[in-house]
Design a protein around this ligand. Structure first.
Ligand SMILES: [Zn+2]
Length: 224
């Protein structure tokens, strides 16, 4: 028994990391194997005004352009990855997606990156904001500041899942505030998934009503 126990400890110690999608053994630190990384459902959009992300946000707020890295479907790998990122602390997923984004889009012209915040109560419970590893890596790669304290969440909304579009928009309208009002120039607002655009457009409209900042929007994924 003792030998078995030691054996298990050693096995656990050296238990190899596995791809979150296909379960294949992979090099430590990566969420996915090389093949699953290459096979990610990229949108292949151009950052601009012709893609679906911009079309979703255009009626709701004034932005320069929008872009999403991955296609989000209820049965695809994106959903699985963002679930692991948000609920199981696999923060390296955010970093991987940021590296992919940085290799495709030049972001150094922005004055800074603003991540969509989570409510302090949720932050305390979960221990992290799932958007930060993505936003932080984008900012580092572009050599621009990450503004983590500018925008904050003042209302902890219950799950949005069962609300229709109109109710989602109404319930989120007063959920955010900003800490100071001296923001000028071009900024990139970053979130995990773009669905209806209610959250992102609320933040854009709030900040634009109180500052002279202009915005583009980048998300890890977009529902199609
Ligand atoms: Zn794999």
């Amino acid at each position: 028994m003792e030998i078995l126990s030691i054996g298990n400890s050693v096995l656990n110690l050296f238990f190899p990391e596995r791809c979150l999608n296909c379960d294949q053994v992979i090099a430590p630190g990566n969420p996915l194997c090389v093949r699953c990384t290459a096979d990610l459902p990229f949108t292949h959009w151009k950052p601009g005004k012709s893609n679906l992300a911009y079309q979703k946000l255009k009626p709701l707020c004034n932005i320069q352009w929008a872009h999403s890295l991955l296609v989000f479907r209820h049965d695809n790998v994106t959903r699985k990855l963002l679930h692991y990122l948000k609920y199981h602390g696999h923060l390296n997923i955010g970093r991987l997606l940021a590296e992919k984004t940085s290799s495709m889009i030049e972001l150094s012209d922005f004055q800074g990156i603003i991540p969509i915040p989570v409510h302090p109560a949720k932050l305390k419970k979960r221990g992290y904001n799932q958007v930060i590893p993505y936003a932080e890596t984008l900012a580092d790669n572009a050599g621009i500041p990450l503004l983590v304290d500018f925008l904050h969440r003042v209302e902890n909304n219950p799950s949005q899942v069962f609300k229709n579009r109109e109710k989602r928009l109404n319930s989120i309208q007063n959920a955010f505030d900003i800490h100071h009002q001296t923001l000028e120039g071009n900024y990139l607002l970053v979130d995990d998934v773009l669905t209806t655009g209610a959250t992102l457009s609320t933040c854009v409209n709030l900040i634009r009503s109180k500052t002279k900042a202009k915005f583009a929007v980048m998300t890890m994924a977009c529902t199609v």
